[in-house]
Design a protein around this ligand. Structure first.
Ligand code: ADP
Ligand code: MG
Length: 574
């Protein structure tokens, strides 16, 4: 609609400009025509076709001689000043005239036109004076008024246009009219286009602001727009650290991120340092905020839905957990008139578990730390916490080693909640995109691949997460040293499907052939790895209802860890 309107307006504008430009051209043609027609011009122009002119002249005289003749009395006086003189008689028309000679001297006179051929010559046009205004008429200028009736040539004499000297600008000449029109032709479109542009920009800004407001109200109730005293104090305190801010946000009830008031200025205060990852929805950057490293996930503007989803999930009260990626805030800003969607979280220099496993081999202790912390995060995610300040159960739907990050202390956090789904028992409500085929194909459970999963059943989504956990535990196990032996890092199904496998590739391997990654023989001789292989098999079982829930995996891992002398973890804190 708006586009059609603009096109129509532009079209009208073009017509308008054409009109003015055409308009500008017209009077000049007109002038030229007049000049060519003017009897005086004809008289003075000795370059024209004399024969043709004489012919025309004769024809005009003939035409006038057919007019019925009536004779009048007229005033008559002589130039230069036309003092009283005797009237003249037998006039076909009376006239009064003003003549200016080449020195600028003006003379006036009145009299009778008694000869038939004089009539067309002097009186064929009413106002001759405008023939005289051109500067080229160095031979002089004249104006004559003719009339019909006794003594009709009384009163004032016709006027001649003022004398134009080359350096004088006439105040009300035709010339000035053209200048005005030209100015209008140039300025008019500029003003119209400028106004149009301003209106469009204003509308776009309003729309942008509306979206910002909508986005910000996503993770807040209306009350949180009114800054509490706590928030104001936090904003005023320039030296407050990130941790202090976040602790404050827990008490101010603005979800798991920073107080909303601070989130609103976040993007402006962050400088982006380096790109650390590229994913499905955009790029992840290391940024610096108040001297501390933060991770900034910048979504493509077309993926606003994923940004909203992730913002919403992170804003869940009580989501904050040591094994869930720490959320700082979200912001929607415009840079270079593009909407930018930012999600700001804690930064973890070791990167994803995938990066970490590619780089390093693991001792039993390190392996257990990774496994236990990851499953600890998942238990928190999968559990519903009841009460007014509770949290819904959340299914991740995209568990994989690239979506688990490694902290400097060797524990894991779960990240990337772009596909997460929440569930509240009391209402039974599931909020979810209708497409069942989401997530990373390589990690999709068989029931997702063959689309037999009941998407309305939250438990089914949790079980699909557990299938993926089985694959990630297998990736970790391969990198765990046992008697100095270790496998290379490989992604699940590396030997069964090509890079970037299709649904069909995956479905054939996982559903039809019911293949699973091979568990190396050496694991059997290591009690901990053997225990983990049992967990893995139970996680990636073909039948979803046989799979272990996250809490069961956690408990089994704790038991394995307590029996492993190489592992020194404070298991009571888990
Ligand atoms: P996407 O939704 O695009 O997959 P992710 O949140 O999974 O985005 O991030 C993509 C990659 O960026 C991760 O696999 C990881 O390598 C890197 N990354 C993401 N967040 C962080 C972070 N907080 N600290 C360090 N690296 C990160
Ligand atoms: Mg990801």
């Amino acid at each position: 609609m708006a586009l059609a309107g603009s096109v129509l307006l532009l079209f009208n504008l073009l017509i308008f400009i054409r009109g003015i430009v055409c308009d500008l051209g017209l009077p000049q043609n007109h002038l030229i025509e007049n000049e060519a027609d003017s009897p005086e011009e004809n008289l003075q122009d000795d370059t024209g076709d004399i024969d043709l002119r004489n012919k025309l002249h004769d024809q005009m005289i003939k035409a006038y001689s057919k007019i019925p003749v009536k004779k009048y009395k007229c005033y008559s006086c002589e130039p230069p000043d036309c003092r009283e003189g005797p009237p003249c008689y037998n006039a076909l028309q009376c006239w009064k005239s003003r003549v200016r000679d080449s020195n600028g001297q003006e003379r006036v006179s009145r009299g009778c036109t008694t000869q038939q051929e004089q009539v067309p010559l002097y009186c064929s046009t009413q106002h001759h004076h405008h023939h005289g205004h051109t500067k080229r008429h160095t031979g002089g200028q004249y104006a004559i008024d003719c009339c019909v009736g006794d003594f009709c040539n009384n009163g004032s004499f016709p006027l001649l246009p003022p004398i134009i000297y080359p350096d004088e600008v006439p105040v009300y000449s035709d010339h000035s009219v053209y200048i005005w029109k030209l100015t209008l032709a140039i300025l008019g479109p500029i003003v119209v286009l400028g106004t149009l542009g301003s209106v469009v920009i204003l509308l776009m800004r309003r729309r942008h602001r509306k979206r910002l407001m909508a986005a910000r109200s996503l993770h807040s109730d209306p009350e949180s727009y009114c800054p509490s005293d706590d928030m104001l104090r936090a904003t005023a305190a320039g030296d407050t650290t990130l941790r202090e801010y976040l602790e404050q946000s827990l008490t101010s009830g603005s979800g798991s991120g920073l107080p909303l008031l601070i989130q609103r200025t976040l993007a402006k205060q962050i400088s982006l340092a380096e790109c650390i990852g590229k994913g499905r929805y955009g790029e992840v950057w290391r940024g610096i905020w108040h001297g501390e490293n933060v991770a900034v996930k910048i979504f493509f503007s077309r993926d606003e839905a994923s940004w909203s989803r992730e913002t919403e999930i992170y804003s869940t009260v009580l989501l904050r957990h040591e094994n869930i990626l720490g959320y700082i805030g979200s912001d929607m800003t415009s840079r270079n008139s593009c909407t930018q969607l930012w999600l700001i979280t804690h930064y973890h220099a070791l990167g994803s578990l995938y990066d970490h496993l590619n780089r390093a081999t693991l001792t039993h202790h390190q392996m257990m730390k990774l496994c236990l912390s990851m499953i600890n995060g998942l238990v928190h995610l999968h559990s519903e916490i009841f009460g007014t300040q509770g949290k819904p159960a959340i299914a991740h739907r995209d568990i994989k080693s690239k979506n688990v990050l490694v902290k400097n202390n060797g524990t894991c956090v779960i990240a990337d909640f772009g596909l997460a789904v929440t569930h509240t028992q009391a209402t039974g409500a599931l909020d979810m995109a209708p497409n069942p085929r989401v997530g990373t194909k390589r990690y999709m459970a068989p029931e997702v691949l063959d689309e037999t999963i009941n998407m309305q059943c939250f438990e089914a989504l949790r079980r699909a997460d557990m299938y993926a956990v089985g694959l990630v535990l297998w990736e970790i196990g391969r990198r765990t040293l046992c008697n100095g032996v270790v496998e290379d890092y490989k992604p699940p199904f590396y030997d069964a499907v090509p890079n970037d496998p299709s649904f069909e590739d995956m479905r054939k391997v996982v559903c039809v052939d019911q293949q699973r990654p091979a568990i190396p023989n050496r694991w059997a001789s290591d009690p901990t790895l053997a225990g983990i292989s049992k967990i893995i098999r139970e996680c990636w079982h073909q039948k979803p209802n046989v799979r272990l829930p996250s809490l069961r995996v956690k408990k089994t891992l704790v038991k394995l860890a307590s029996n492993d002398r190489q592992v020194h973890l404070d298991l009571d804190t888990l």
